[in-house]
Design a protein around this ligand. Sequence first.
Ligand SMILES: [Zn+2]
Ligand SMILES: [Zn+2]
Length: 167
Amino acid sequence: MDALLGQFGEAIGVFFAQPTVRLVLDMAIGYVVVVWLATALWAFVDMRRRTMNPIWPYATAAVVVLASPALFPLALLLHLIVRPRGTVAERRMSALRDAALDAEVDRSICPGCRRPVDEEWLICPRCRTALGHLCERCGHAVGSDWDACAWCGALFVPPTGVVRADL
Ligand SMILES: [Zn+2]
Ligand SMILES: [Zn+2]
């Protein structure tokens, strides 16, 4: 039995001693190492795009490197699970969009009853809150908090909509 095992071991030794086999093995190992290091670099760049925290990208890359060429796919999987969903740029864009939407909604909601109103309305038909006035000069509807008419440029004195006498 021992002799058989010895023979088997010898055969394996001879097989791996062949220059072609060694070359292929070296190339395979080199390939894995390159992929491993590239993954660490990618995880670093990916995390830097997703967080403002200066530590996280280094920590992520360190985890991939420490996972060794044998276990780095697990570290990569972990990174894909725990990383923030959107990039910093994406989150900024969506925050801007939300702010713009809020401003839009704010303008067309009655300050009295919080129901949607038309921007051209002068009074809320539900709670009778004054939403605007007619400009005395051009007749356009103007907001009740406007200091001047956006359509004809007339300056108002309170109550809004009354054009200043010196104009
Ligand atoms: Zn109302
Ligand atoms: Zn006007």
